[in-house]
Design a protein around this ligand. Sequence first.
Ligand SMILES: [Zn+2]
Length: 203
Amino acid sequence: MRRPGSRFGGRLEPFSHVDLQLYAGRSLDIVTQAELVTSFAPVRADFALSACGSAMVEAADHLAQEDERSNRLFLLLLEGLRTLALSPATPSAVLDGYLFRLASVAGYHPHLDACAACGAPGPHDVFTIAAGGALCPDDAPFDAHPLDPAVTGLLRRLLGGPLSDQRDAPEDPRVRRAAAALVASYLTYHLGRPLRALELVER
Ligand SMILES: [Zn+2]
């Protein structure tokens, strides 16, 4: 983004939260004024944090509709970047919470308790990505694998809590990896393509 001599170079860095004034050009809008709100410089300065930040921005960009306001998406992205800027011990857990909540904001709310097909109260131990969550014994495919209750518990915390709760995730790394893989598959399935930036995220 930054070009030497660019009028707004220092303010238009990746991850920067800026207040822009745009002039509607013929094909592209032209920036006429830029106020820096928050630079999120710590996210830019650290490889692990910027990998997670890139995945957050990529997912939000993929879901945002041009010329359509989405306050929930915007606020979730701000919360994600703010939490990363606090240099969490496990940035990838913050990212997982963000991605799982983002799926919900985008209309693909993962059902973790009641059956995603018939609404029967849970907990149910089968989770299928295509159905959008947990399935009761009547609706579960016969060959479905039950989910480890520890993984379901972590998914519930990822979806329900503020992102700052994921900062120092004390979870068993095996449980965290299983939950991360499920969140990534869930998003890939519902967004229709994998997030490129996820390849850079260390688990
Ligand atoms: Zn059911």
